[in-house]
Design a binder for this molecule. Sequence first.
Ligand code: ADP
Ligand code: MG
Length: 367
Amino acid sequence: MNEKYIEFRNITKRFDAVTALDNISLSIPQGCFMTLLGPSGCGKTTLMRQLAGFSEPDSGDIYLNGRRVNGLPPYKRGTPLVFQEYALFPHMTVYENISYGLRLKKTERPALDESVARMLETFNLKGMETRFPRQLSGGQQQRVAFARALIMGQEVLLLDEPLSNLDAKLRVEVREELRQIQKSLGITVIYVTHDQDEALSMSDQIAVMKLGRIMQVGSPWEIYFRPANLFVADFVGAVNLLPVTVTGAGGEGLEAVWHDQRITVPGVSGFSPGEAALFMLRPESIVIRAKAPSGETSRSGGKLSGEVTFSSFLGRYIRYWVKCGETDGKELTLVIDDANPGINGPISGQVELTLDTRKLHVLKAEA
Ligand SMILES: Nc1ncnc2c1ncn2[C@@H]1O[C@H](COP(=O)(O)OP(=O)(O)O)[C@@H](O)[C@H]1O
Ligand SMILES: [Mg+2]
């Protein structure tokens, strides 16, 4: 497999005062579902447009399967781009929309029919050939757009927030379908979204972007549990940050004192004693329990006590906000998700918390 099937090398793109892409380098393996994730305006669309050939970078090179594609027009790149407004031709039927590219190339029947039939089958559109876009649901229209993009046998598909126009339930369905189709066709997909759930659930790899730069590239697991910095930690989900001071760094890993407790995090390096750091924990990596009436919470093994200030029932889990006293004059409130609540509804009042120290991640405290 080609690990550098698509390669951006030092891509910079400016629009007047705005640096939309700031020296971006990124390699995408063949067959990978790569997601560009980041807030609005961080440069995701601009990066896709450079690859698709709708815009040229100020500097840097783009390689597709070993070939430099800078300067080539879009139709010579084989990288169809599907947008949020997937712009089907309204006056054409599903058959005519899907077959559009092949008809431009003067492909004759029966080859044309065969190709369309294959796409109808792949995208679960059989029986809809003669309908017009207005006679289709949003999800069906989206699938016609995918089919139209892939009928020429392209091996790369670029998708720019393609599900934004669909309602929440349909979005989840289409993203599962899309992932299965991508795997079965073996194509390479670059997918743009600002939705972290979408990114985590679909991708092989995620590139998190901020202000024209790539902050981190990694698997959904790495991005979620081992974010490279505060921005990534915060952008991909709710997060608890506990300010600590490093007391030891060496073979055993990192040791820090937190709430009078000495906590060791194995396998962490790059910190020195005396340095300020942040323990990062996702909301589901803390266990919450009602405090026993006479119980003293032992201050060891990542345990502490607190008081529930708010809870929110989200069906699959309950989210709690728990006040845990002060650290350095700052109030510390932790967010905790309980995915397996009891049968009596949310707990309240005094609680005991246990941090799952195996899932602790340590971040540099940024000024
Ligand atoms: N054609 C353009 N002219 C001027 N500024 C642009 C143009 N396209 C994008 N930008 C700017 O570049 C930045 C990145 O935009 P974009 O790639 O569309 O972000 P995203 O897709 O991540 O929301 C933004 O600040 C945007 O305003
Ligand atoms: Mg965009």
